[in-house]
Design a protein around this ligand. Structure first.
Ligand code: ADP
Ligand code: MG
Length: 704
């Protein structure tokens, strides 16, 4: 555990030496960084020299020693050097270059499946070379396939490095060698004191200095604990993690202080509209819905902007909670808006909500990208005037959309939206210091251990109960080879009048390929299920066509819906009680959970079949096992965390939540307490230094 004592107040000025020394120099000033390289670096989040220093290696290669050839072992990475004693080009299925490299102790074969004329010259008989690569057992002893080769020439070649060679995470179009060169430049400048990083943490026996930590990470000696460096338990990595967590903590405290000055309209339901809403429903709210509605109404009645996250598993009834909030805003004479990430979901909200709210005399308005021409003009006019409730997609954020008086924003499936989008919508309701209230909803359960930090700055309400009568979805896994049997079962269920989804979540990222695969599958199923109407919905269809299919499915005219993952969030067709998911072994737990959440919404026993293509890897097997065992979103999220680690669970896609470069909330949870204590002891300039160093222009603390 870390134990810092804080000797005196440290200020940024103590060690700053002006100019670009703190590492703020843009990477474009480094030699060899043109527009294209700069763009690739930016994609990795590397814009300043400092960012290069904080870009940590994925792993290390040991090029500090040469392995004698008689000591080469299979499946190890080795560096060997010697003389080429034989070269040949072999004509197998294609041309292949084989060269035999020998030293005093033995020999290895170098094998190249593709090669350039220059390599033939480099590996001619008699040439002296050094090779680095993975040794395998081949037909003629050990061989290295596509090793990296350095010519040694007469001078014996470049000296061996004294430290291990880091391998950095990179991106397409930016070679490892180039990236390593750039990081190396920054590291060298740090070593020489040309970049001086102020160290806001006290020098202490237990805590490494910042510069020392960075040098250890980027250029560890051959005896350093590599496993610890890679998994982050090494004191050098911990040192950085502490500072990063500190930066987030400080930024959040500042944000909270700024927020204390903000105001919001008080929203109260003086007209009893909420009661009338509930009276008109065919069901009674669950106790959990009641509770979170109360929590929300309390916030709305206050004069500070609500920022509340509503977490509730798929099917837990978040829409009703949203409706209750919308009604209160409208009853106070303000407007409220609800946005959803997909048109299908937004349209569904529009239908549900207008059916609930119009009878209360509230005017609802629909706006999405596809609303054009006269309809759009009318919608905009209503938003600027008489409308009470706006329902739509991100079209509501766009320029030219003006609200009369927006008092509440509800964002459904908030992880699908970026911070900027939420900001744009908030701005539409802002009047100086007065901001609209915000309710963001998600079905992606964040494990309790992470919720506090991941959603720092938001209050959290949880619906921890499903409406009564729901039976957990029965889930089975079946090999693709049993597809015919699965189709037989499906036919029987459809014959009884039930409805089903057939999901083709294609592995390919391309929309086009996904759509094609779904089309093929729909055609096949139409053939094998003669007499059953099969529909198809995918991301490349025109919105109107998509909607028509969803309408037909909702109304029961389509009995089997073949779909890509466009139906993943929010779709609610209670009569659909069966779901087949193809390629289930390729999907993550949370995505499977979301998809499966589309069924089990009615009172019939629902079932889900996870079709997989064998052989199953360990991870895939474990995931399918979890899906079979439980339908509890929280348990699934905890398992996901266990299997994948928090970085993945929180995901980079899920903007609006904290992202860390180095810290890892799962691994470093025990640093949070010391970080808080440490924060107390920093003066303003040291705080600013840390925030700027780590967060720079980062958007996660934009005040939304
Ligand atoms: P989600 O939390 O996934 O958005 P929805 O709001 O779509 O869930 O609700 C799922 C289904 O449950 C809908 O058909 C909705 O009408 C129904 N529902 C919501 N609350 C209740 C309740 N208290 N009792 C019975 N059914 C409910
Ligand atoms: Mg929903």
């Amino acid at each position: 555990m870390l134990s810092w004592c804080w000797p005196a107040t440290v200020t940024a000025a103590d060690s700053a030496n002006g100019g670009d020394s703190p590492g703020n120099r843009p990477v474009t000033e480094l030699p060899g960084v043109g527009a294209q390289v700069a763009a690739r670096l930016k994609a990795l989040g590397l814009e300043r020299e400092l960012d290069l220093l904080f870009h940590l290696p994925l792993r290390y290669e040991d090029r500090t020693r040469i392995t004698p050839m008689n000591r080469v072992r299979p499946n190890t990475t080795v560096q060997v050097q010697g003389r080429i004693v034989h070269q040949e080009i072999r004509q197998a299925r294609s041309r292949m270059l084989l060269a035999t490299l020998a030293d005093d102790s033995g020999q290895v074969v170098l094998r190249f499946f593709r090669f350039f004329p220059s390599q033939l010259r480099q590996l001619r008989e008699g040439a002296r070379v050094r090779c680095f690569g993975e040794a395998r057992f081949g037909p003629n002893g050990f061989e290295l396939a596509h090793p990296q080769v350095v010519s040694l020439g007469r001078d014996g070649g470049p000296p061996l490095p004294e430290s291990l060679t880091p391998v950095y995470p990179t991106t397409q179009g930016l070679g490892q060698a180039n990236l390593a060169r750039l990081v190396g430049l920054a590291v060298e400048r740090l070593r020489q004191g040309l970049v001086r990083l102020d160290d806001p943490l006290p020098a202490d026996d237990e805590v490494m200095g910042l510069t020392n930590a960075l040098l250890t990470i980027h250029a560890p000696g051959p005896n350093e604990d590599l496993a610890a460096l890679v998994d982050g338990h090494h004191p050098a990595v911990q040192r950085l993690a502490v500072e990063e967590l500190l930066a987030h903590h400080l930024a959040l405290s500042r944000l909270n202080r700024a927020r204390a000055r903000q105001r919001a309209p008080r929203l109260e339901d003086g007209k009893g509209l909420g009661r009338r809403l509930l009276e008109g429903l065919p069901f009674k709210p669950t106790a959990a819905q009641d509770r979170v509605i109360r929590e929300i109404l309390e916030d709305l009645a206050g004069n500070r902007p609500m920022r509340r996250l509503l977490q509730g598993d798929v099917g837990s009834g978040k829409t009703l909670v949203a409706a209750a909030a919308l009604v209160v805003a409208a009853a106070s004479g303000r407007q409220a808006a609800i946005v959803a990430p997909t048109e299908i979901l937004a349209e569904q909200h529009f239908r549900t909500l207008s059916a609930w709210l119009e009878p209360l005399g509230l005017e609802t308005v629909w706006l999405a990208g596809k609303v054009k021409g006269k309809a759009r003009r009318q919608a905009l006019e209503a938003l600027a005037g008489s409308a009470a409730i706006a329902i739509g997609t991100h079209a509501l954020f766009q320029e030219g959309v003006v609200f009369r008086d927006l008092g509440l924003i509800v964002v459904d499936e908030q992880h699908r939206f970026g911070v900027h989008q939420r900001l744009a919508l908030t701005a539409k309701g802002q009047r100086g210091r007065i901001l609209p209230h915000q309710l963001v909803m998600t079905a992606t359960p964040i494990p309790r251990t992470l919720a506090m930090t991941a959603y720092a700055g938001l209050d959290v309400s949880v619906i921890d109960e499903l409406p009564p009568g729901r039976k957990p979805v029965t889930t089975v896994a079946a090999s693709q080879s049993r597809r015919d049997q699965v189709i037989e079962r499906l036919r029987a269920a459809l014959a009884e009048g039930r409805q089903a989804y057939w999901v083709c979540p294609l592995i390919e990222e391309s929309d086009l390929l996904q759509a094609e695969a779904a089309e093929t599958r729909a055609a096949e199923l139409t053939r094998s299920l003669a007499g059953i109407r099969v529909g198809l919905v995918h991301g490349r269809m025109k919105p109107a066509d998509k909607q028509q299919v969803m309408d037909d499915f909702s109304a029961g005219r389509i009995r089997l819906l073949v779909a890509t993952t466009v139906i993943e969030v929010g779709v609610d067709v209670p009569n659909a009680g069966l779901m087949m998911i193809e390629n289930a072994e390729r999907l993550g737990l949370s995505q499977l959970h979301q998809l499966r959440g589309r069924v089990g919404r009615g009172s019939d026993q629902a079932a889900c079949v996870l079709l997989y293509r064998p052989p199953l890897g360990d991870m895939a097997r474990a995931r399918l096992e979890v899906m079979r065992e439980t339908t509890d979103g929280f348990v699934i999220a905890e398992k996901d965390l266990e299997l994948r680690g928090p970085g993945e669970v929180l995901g980079t896609r899920q903007t609006g939540m904290l992202r860390f470069r180095i810290a890892d909330l799962g691994r470093d949870a025990d640093l949070l307490e010391p970080v808080r204590a440490l924060a107390e002891r920093l003066d303003t300039s040291a705080q600013t230094l840390i925030i700027e160093r780590w967060l720079g222009q980062a958007e996660q603390f934009v005040d939304v």
